[in-house]
Design a protein around this ligand. Structure first.
Ligand code: GAP
Length: 513
């Protein structure tokens, strides 16, 4: 199945099974804003718990905070967001649609890649086992022509983005490449303008006294401005970290690919405060530690890659992204940045207050350097859902849709099913469920055939189902069914907790780190 189709199916599956709904759907939705349903919220909470515990429980020197969404507006001046948190946008005069100029050009680069890949796929089909892809790519005239155009465009684009960006040059590239508006099909473009991504509102009751405030575009600044409060009250010694999970808001111009790019989303960020001069060691540590955290979910190493930044922000001295293989290619899920002392120094300058750290061992004061790990909960959610979604052909010719979610993250861990709705089986099933519900999320289901009930649980990724049958009443054993293998085993009721709890707990997952 084409990856595009897989993605469409995933989006409708998310809605059909209570994972993600479009926001305000009965009013035709609100662009790039989504609500999480009954299963989505459980999966999301489990992702957050896995992250939080790996940071705060497993590191003695990392603590958490929960700072407010509204912050003093000068914070965003100090951080650079008021002046520089912009996207270059362009309008098409005929369709009146607005686009990100950089995205239009990146899409054009992707079109050249597609053309090259099509040539390669065609030749691979034609020559079969004898096909030498590397040789074909380096000698085929059509491929070389597309590749040359692609490389030239890429270079020109990178140059324009690094020069400010150079807005006139971005527009010129769009014109030279004859990029058309996907809606009107015309090249009737406006100038390119900078567009600030922060949402603003007013705080205060009277028009005169109202203050313009922003909805935070990242959670990190709440950590920076609290770092000394935490350090002093928690008696923390450098190196130490502060973790936070919370909402962030960005007025994204191009909001697409479902929950990949949203206007309201959630971040899990950790700032690690280190002694200047040690930051690159810690950068390496966090780069490796974070990838390990991702890989522990078991989707396979081929789903991940680093993207080291060649061009760094002026205040950073190292940066990398952890990318995940989504149905639409490798995409950033997490960023790891060595941000020097930029943010803390800026806050010191703009607030006029000293926020230096005093090192009791060396008797010196300094502004710590910071390594940041920043991951989007929603992107993590999307990566997990897309890697877990499977359609399997069964021996009887039917197809089952199964979410092979890591058991520790699954919304429901166990479904309890009486074989029939009589003969005391529902009562027995309820009794089992009532003893297990204290340990993990269980669901009771007695409607329809057992086969249908298994399918419902497969579709939401429940790792285990137990069936209570007539024999259970006699021998106190149930049938335990595994989601992925569909194997069934007979298990005594009093051993269920031990068998399942260990396999589905976040603690077990954390122990693999
Ligand atoms: N404090 C650093 C920071 O915010 P970022 O690369 O802009 O860095 C970090 O964002 C992570 O937040 C990204 O890797 C991504 O997972 C998530 N993220 C950013 N913008 C997003 C959006 N519009 N929708 C969903 N997730 C987003």
């Amino acid at each position: 199945m084409a990856q595009e189709d897989v993605f469409k199916k995933l989006v409708s599956h998310c809605k059909e099974y209570g994972f993600v709904f479009p926001s305000s759907e009965i009013y035709d939705g609100l662009g790039a804003v989504y609500d999480y349903g009954q299963n989505g919220v459980e999966l999301k909470n489990n992702i957050k718990q896995y992250w939080w515990q790996s940071m705060v429980l497993l590191h003695e020197n990392i603590v958490g905070i929960d700072s407010a969404i509204f912050m003093h507006p000068t914070i965003w001046k100090a951080s650079g967001h008021v002046d520089a948190f912009n996207d270059p946008l362009i309008d098409n005069r005929d369709s009146k649609k607005r686009y990100r100029a950089d995205v239009l050009i990146e899409d054009q680069i992707a079109k050249y890649d597609e053309k090259i890949n099509k040539e390669v796929a065609k030749a691979a089909k034609k020559y079969g086992a004898a096909f030498d892809e590397a040789q074909f790519r380096s000698t085929n005239a059509r491929v070389l022509e597309h590749q040359a155009k692609r490389d030239a465009l890429h270079e020109r684009y990178t140059h324009a983005m690094n020069a400010g960006p150079d807005l006139n040059e971005l527009r010129q590239i769009i014109l030279d490449e004859e990029i058309v508006c996907p809606i009107s099909g015309t090249k009737n473009w406006t100038e390119v303008r900078q567009f600030n991504l922060m949402f603003s509102t007013e705080m205060g009751s009277t028009a005169d006294g109202a203050m313009k405030v922003y909805l935070r575009p990242e959670t990190a600044q709440g950590i920076f401005v609290n770092y000394l409060n935490v350090q002093k009250t928690g008696r923390m010694k450098v190196p130490f970290g502060i973790a936070q999970i919370g909402k962030a808001f960005r007025n994204e111009i191009v909001a697409r690919q479902f929950i990949f790019r949203m206007r309201e989303f959630e971040q899990m960020e950790m700032q690690y405060f280190v002694k200047p001069g040690t930051e690159l060691e810690w950068f390496k540590y966090w780069k490796e530690t974070r990838l390990k955290w991702h890989k522990a979910l078991g989707f396979g190493d081929d789903h991940y890659r680093y993207h080291d930044h060649e061009k760094l922000a002026h205040y950073a001295n190292a940066a990398t992204d952890i990318e995940f293989l989504m149905p639409f290619g490798f995409k950033e899920v997490e960023g790891i940045h060595s941000r020097t002392n930029f943010d803390l120094s800026q806050h010191e300058k703009f607030s006029g207050k000293s926020i230096k750290y005093f090192d009791p061992e060396t008797n010196e004061s300094y502004t710590p350097y910071v390594i940041e790990t920043s991951i989007g909960v929603d992107r993590m959610f999307l990566s997990i859902m897309s890697a877990s979604y499977c359609e399997e052909k069964l021996e009887n010719g039917e197809t089952r849709v199964v979410l092979k979610l890591p058991a520790a993250l699954a919304p429901v861990k166990l479904a309890v099913m009486p074989l029939v709705k009589k003969d005391g089986l529902p009562e027995k099933a309820r009794e089992i469920m009532n003893s297990l519900r204290f340990h993990f999320n269980c669901q009771y289901d007695e409607k329809d055939s057992i086969g249908k009930r298994y399918r419902r649980q497969d579709a939401i990724g429940t790792p285990y189902c137990i069936t209570v049958d007539h024999q259970t009443v006699e021998d106190n054993c149930v049938t335990l069914r595994d989601r992925d293998t569909m194997q069934q085993e007979r298990v005594p009721v009093d051993r269920l907790l031990d068998i399942i709890a260990d396999r589905v707990s976040i603690t077990s997952l954390l122990k693999t780190l």
